[in-house]
Write a protein that binds this ligand. Sequence first.
Ligand code: ARG
Length: 564
Amino acid sequence: MSSRIRSLLHKKLLQKTGLADLPIFQHLSLKLDKTTGSFSYEIPLRTPSYDLRSQSDLLSSLIIEDDLFSRINLTRRKNNELLSIALKRDSFVKQILEKNSHQVTPPDITDDNKKIVIDFSSPNIAKPFHVGHLRSTIIGNYISNLNTYLKKNVIKLNYLGDWGTQLGFVMLGVDLLAIPEDKMREDPIKKLYEAYVHANKLSENDPEVLERAREIFQRLEKGEGLQRWESFKNITVEELQKIYQRIGVTFDEYHWESSYNFSRIKGVIDRMETLELLKVDEQGRRVVAISDQRNLPIIKSDGSTLYVTRDVAAAIDRMRKYNFDSMYYVVESGQHDHFNNLVNILERMGYESSRKLHHVKFGRISGMSTRRGTAVFLKDFLDEARDAMREQQKINARTKVDLNSEDGSSDILGISAVVVHDLKQRRTKDYKFSWDVALDIKGETGVKLQYTHCRLSGIEENSGATLPSECNPQLLTEPIINDLVSAISQFDEAVVLSYQTLESCYLAKYLFNLSHTVNKTIQEIRVKGESSDIAAQRLLLYHSTRNVLNTGMKLLGLKPLNKM
Ligand code: ARG
C-alpha cells in the first residue's frame, strides 16, 4: 500500500516542483492512533534541498486532490523534520480491503526484470544431505520466491558436488560391501554414504585400502570408469528430486561440479597462464597469490583441479550463458573465504561481472537430531516432523485429519514447522534447533501460520455469507478492525525490507503479527449469525487477510492448508 502512496506523492511532487532528487520517501511508516482510531503516514525528512515550508504547502494543496489524505503536519525534531500525513480512515480501510480481496499485487520495485541466478541447495553426491544443505535449500528457495514475486527474472541452479577424493572411497565401498543393484536403487543416498563410511573406516588402519581408493579416483580423473559413477549419480538425483518435491522446491537446472573438471577447465587455466597469474609452489602445485602472504592452489601437483578451480570455470560459464545482473551463492558462512577467493581470482582475470557475485551466507544449526539419533539424512528428519505432527493431530480431537492418508496434512505441517523455524532466524546467526519450539501451535511457528490459515478458510467456508463487491467501511468500525487493517497494509513494507536485506525474518515476523492480530479479531468479530450486510463486510475483512497470509506463506515456501 504505502509503495502506492509513495509513488503517488512522488509523482505529484515531481510534477509541481521538477525536482528529481526528492529526498523524503525512504521510509513511510503507518501509525495508528488507538484513541482516535485515525491512521497517518510518517515520513522522516532528511535535510531537504529546498524550502520545507513550501514543500509542506505544496503537499497540502495536493491533499485536496486525493480522496485518501486529510491533513498534513510538519514537526521539527532536532535536525530532522517529520512529515505526517493523516489519512481519511474510511477511504484507507476501503482501499486496503478492496486491494487485497482479489489478488495481492506486489509492490513496485524500480529494478524490474533484473536477471538473477541463484545457486542453492547444491548437496554432494554420496555424502549426506546435511543441515547446511537444508538451510541453503530453505533460504535459497525463499529468495527465489521473493525475487520472482517482485518480477525479477530468476534462474534457480542446483550445483551438485559429484567430484573429489571421496569418490574413490565410495566406489571401493560399494564393491567391498557388495551392495546389490536393487538395494542401491531403494535408497541410494544412504547406501552410497554407507559405502563411503565403510571404506573410509577401513583405510584408517589399512594403507592398502587408502591406496586402492586413490587409484580408483585417479582412474576416474583420467575419464576411466565414469559410466558406473554416472549411474550412481542418476539414481541419487532421482532420490533427491523426491525430497525436493516433498518440500515443494524446484530447480531450473541441475549442474554437475565434475563437468568443470575436464574440457572446460583448460581455457580457464590458459587464460590464467597468459595473464601470468599462476606460479608453481615448492610442492609442485600451481597457485595464485591471493595476497602477499597467501597462495591459493589452483591445480594440484598431479594435475587435478580443486573446488575453487571448478567454481571459477562454472562462474565464467554462467556469465556467458545467462548474462545475469546478480548471482547469489546461498552457502554456509564457513565458505566465506572460498567465495572471496573466487571473486578475487575472477577480478584479476579481468571479469567485470565478478562484482555481481554475492555470497549469501548463513549460520549453523545445532541440536538437529531425531529420536533415532543424530540426523544425518534429511528424509529421516522430515519423517520425524511428520510423525510428531500426526501424534499431535491425533491428540487434538477437534482436527479432522485423514490419518490413513500417506502424504496428508501431517507432512505439510511438519515441513512448515521446520521451514519457519529456520526462516524466522537472522540469516547469519547460529541457532539451536528445538522440536518443542518448532512444533508449538501457540508459538511463532509454521504450525501457527497454518492453523490461522485453516481458521480463515473455515470462516469462508462455513459463514454462509457472500463476499460483497464493495467495501463499506461504515460497517467495519470496531477498534480491533483498525488493528487488523493496519497489519494488512504493512505487508508490502515487510516484503520490501526482506528483499533489501535478504532477511526472511522480517516477513516471518510480519506474518506472526498478522496471525496474532487476526486470531484476536476472530474472537471478537464474528461473521456467522450477523445480519447479511455486516456478515458480508466482515467476510471481506477475513478474506483479504487470508489472501495476504496465503501470499506470505507461499513466499516462505509453505503450502497453505485449508484444513488440519
Ligand atoms: N557442494 C558444496 C558443498 O556442499 C556447495 C556448493 C555451493 N555452490 C558453489 N557454486 N560452490 O559444500
